[in-house]
Design a binder for this molecule. Structure first.
Ligand code: SF4
Length: 162
């Protein structure tokens, strides 16, 4: 049975990002996986009830997705509105989706407070980035799902061949 891959829906061009856009990841690997029917698309933020477009949100400065997951961190929209609980719900739904579909791997959009896996934004809504991961990535990794950022798609392909 081929491996299923949980994928950020926006990476498939779905217009679910906070600003109403999608992303276009040009990759023959992605096309092959799409044709093979092994991709499981999910936007955890939309799944948890956020509208699109929606205000940008960032994990509080000095905190990480794992802190949010463990109840020691917060996520705020640029207005200062606390959206922590809704992001945690999105992470729960992502884990549930991955488990139900049997996904041991995920390909997620970097930089997002949900899907980021190598970097996230500063928490000051100033456009600056820092190393770290979002709450969905933290939750998936906690459950043994190996998460790759979109720029690591070749590394994911290598893993699938192992
Ligand atoms: Fe949704 Fe994740 Fe894409 Fe953000 S990065 S729009 S949460 S799929």
């Amino acid at each position: 049975m081929p491996e299923k891959i949980l994928i950020s829906a926006c990476l498939l061009g779905e217009p679910v990002r906070y600003n109403g856009s999608g992303l276009s990841l040009e990759s023959t690997l992605l096309s092959e996986w799409k044709t093979a029917g092994i991709l499981v698309p999910l936007c955890p933020e939309v799944a948890s009830g956020f509208q699109t477009p929606r205000p940008p949100a960032e994990i509080k400065a000095g905190q990480q997705g794992i802190d949010v997951l463990e109840g020691n961190g917060s996520i705020y929209e640029n207005s200062g509105h606390d959206v922590t609980e809704q992001f945690r719900l999105g992470a729960d739904l992502a884990v549930k989706t991955a488990i139900e579909a049997g996904c041991r791997f995920a390909l997620l959009t970097d930089g997002s407070p949900s899907c980021g896996s190598t970097f996230i934004y500063s928490g000051h809504h100033d456009g600056q980035t820092r190393s770290g991961m979002g709450v969905v990535t933290a939750a998936l990794r906690h459950h043994g799902v190996e998460v790759f950022a979109q720029h690591q798609i070749k590394d994911l392909a290598e893993q699938l061949r192992c």
